[in-house]
Design a protein around this ligand. Structure first.
Ligand code: DLL
Length: 436
């Protein structure tokens, strides 16, 4: 009999007990940040709220929000709530200093994070009989380390493949009989296509499930991947700021992701007014970490737009569910699993002496994202560079790759070829259909 829950006591807890647990943890967490992080104290003092004011979940709305701009201002140590000597790990997002998020973990933080990922693996049918093939990137990105830790906790045989080198992925998958695949949905589709090209049928592999996240993907893509690989594909959500993957995970019902709400308290707000919206309404997801020691977040605005639901789930879990993210309330793009802000591209263009007349085009071809950047030259530049456009495009592409971590195709185009807008410049054309 398959084990259905990793921590049944929590995952199927009656909501009244969960609420009590959340309230106790919330009060302790707010006290922890107030006493140990001068920046939080300052934000709370400005709002005239003290830890004594926070006793119930209803009191949460008295607290100030935290945004990515706060994280940027406080980079790198300003939000640290533990002595560095008690921290054992950092993880980070890609990007340059201004946009980079660096999260700190105590050993206890790592343990809890791995438990959250273990819950996701068990929900996807994982047991100690499984071979868990982790093809998320390892290193600073949270995907590899998070699922790796979760897989250990479940007792799976863990293959720490990291991403890339698809030939080797396929060889290990077939030779060692991988049963669970963890990677971005686009990479899963790519692996599936590559298996097909090599003449493998879905029944030739031993895979039974996939745990895919870190980027938006549609139900259509889910069906494609399930068919290609002969598996059930589960969604998983998280962000570096809150520790990484495992904030929420899908169960066999596949109708949204259960939030590990004993550790992450979720709210939905109106992104324009900050007003808290009732369950069932669409808005921006905000998280308060309840147990984080080193890098706690109070009312952190994720910018992800989604809906929360407490509808009863057939899997028996009582944890609240979030829908797939339906977009963002900022301009961040996720291209090949990497977070990209148009302003990063603009910075490179300006540093390299180009005009800010550019347009970014994103597409998804055979389940792989493509990034094209059209950059307009001035008439003088165009005349001067005509015979060496190729070289200059390659140079600029390489500078942008250094900034973003992914390779774009750069096209230096003739003056006045990028359509001018009468209102805000249209910097990004996203041809991908990312949301249902
Ligand atoms: O992407 C953590 C992660 C790793 C999640 C592996 C799942 C699996 P960041 O690089 O900080 O962290 O990016 C976080 O990615 O705010 C969402 O916009 C997006 N995102 C993450 N998971 C999903 C998902 C990791 N399942 C940002 N569906 C988040 C849609 C997702 N978007």
């Amino acid at each position: 009999m398959e084990k259905r829950y990793y921590q049944p006591g929590i995952e199927t807890m009656a909501y009244k007990d969960m609420k009590k647990l959340q309230e106790e943890r919330l009060a302790a967490q707010v006290k922890h940040v107030y006493e140990n992080v001068p920046y939080y104290k300052q934000l709370m003092d400005e709002k005239g709220v003290t830890p004594d004011d926070i006793k119930t979940l209803d009191d949460l709305k008295k607290l100030p929000f935290l945004t990515k701009a706060d994280l940027r201002d406080q980079y790198p140590y300003g939000l640290l709530a533990k002595d560095l000597s008690e921290c054992v790990r950092i993880q980070s997002t890609s990007g340059t200093t201004g946009r980079r998020v660096v999260a700190f973990y105590t050993q206890n933080d790592v343990d809890i994070w791995e438990d959250c990922c273990a819950r996701a693996i068990v929900a996807a049918g994982g047991t100690n009989e499984d071979v868990c093939h982790v093809s998320y990137g390892y290193g600073l990105f949270t995907g590899g380390p998070g699922l790796n830790g979760g897989s250990h906790k479940v007792g799976c045989l863990t293959l720490p493949m990291s991403s890339g080198n698809t030939e080797r992925q396929i060889q290990f998958m077939m030779d060692l009989g991988s049963t669970i695949l963890c990677c971005t949905p686009s990479y899963a589709a790519y692996i599936g296509e590559s298996l097909k090209e090599r003449g493998y049928k879905p029944e030739d592999n031993k895979l039974k499930a996939g745990i895919f996240g870190a980027e938006p993907w549609t139900e259509e893509m889910r069906h494609d991947i399930e068919k290609l690989l002969g598996i059930k594909a589960y969604d998983i959500y998280g962000l570096t700021e809150t520790s990484g993957p495992g904030v929420a995970f899908e169960c066999e019902e596949q109708t949204g992701m259960h939030i590990n709400e004993d550790h992450f308290l979720a709210e939905i707000i109106d992104p324009d007014t900050g007003e808290v919206l009732p369950d069932g309404e669409k808005g921006e997801l905000v998280f308060t970490s309840l147990t984080k020691e080193a890098f706690p977040l109070i009312r952190y605005r994720t910018r992800d737009i989604c809906v929360l639901s407490r509808k009863k789930c057939s899997c028996g879990r009582t944890l609240i569910k979030m829908s797939k993210p339906m977009g963002r309330s900022d301009d961040m793009l996720i291209i090949r699993g990497v977070n990209v802000f148009p302003s990063q591209i603009e910075t490179v263009l300006l540093n390299k002496g180009y005009t800010p007349n550019y347009q970014i085009e994103v597409n998804r071809v055979n389940n792989t994202d493509t990034l094209d950047i059209n950059v307009e030259l001035t008439p003088e530049e165009y005349k001067a560079a005509k015979n060496e456009l190729d070289i200059r495009e390659k140079k600029l592409a390489s500078a942008i790759k250094t900034m973003l971590g992914i390779s774009p195709r750069v096209h230096l185009v003739a003056p006045k070829t990028i359509a001018r807008s009468e209102g805000k410049a249209v910097r990004v054309i996203d041809h991908r259909k990312l949301h249902d």
